[in-house]
Design a protein around this ligand. Structure first.
Ligand code: SF4
Length: 90
């Protein structure tokens, strides 16, 4: 993902007057997040890899891995639902 930094929207609580985000404190769901279709595809590919690993991992770790994979797919689905074609931005 890419951070299209706008201080007023940043969930990482940048200092007043900051010109850069506090990336080490990046928060899921921040409105400054930008993803491309490629990012969404990578999220789904990683989710599939995690599910394969989970299939060979004892519980409760396997369950946590599947939850993580589901979250990655949900993020990719959210991208697809809100995505704007590049042509629409020109
Ligand atoms: S929370 Fe993450 S996406 Fe949002 S401004 Fe901070 S670094 Fe950027």
């Amino acid at each position: 993902m890419v951070c299209a930094f706008r201080r007023d929207n940043g969930l990482c609580e940048p200092d007043p007057g900051a010109t850069a985000p506090r990336q080490y404190d990046c928060c899921p769901g921040c409105g400054n997040t930008v993803r491309t279709d490629t990012h969404a595809r990578f999220l789904r590919e990683r989710a599939d890899e995690i599910d394969k690993l989970a299939a060979h991992t004892p519980e409760p770790i396997g369950k946590r891995l599947r939850t993580n994979a589901d979250q990655l797919r949900a993020t990719a689905d959210a991208h697809d639902a809100a995505a704007h074609p590049a042509e629409a931005l020109a």
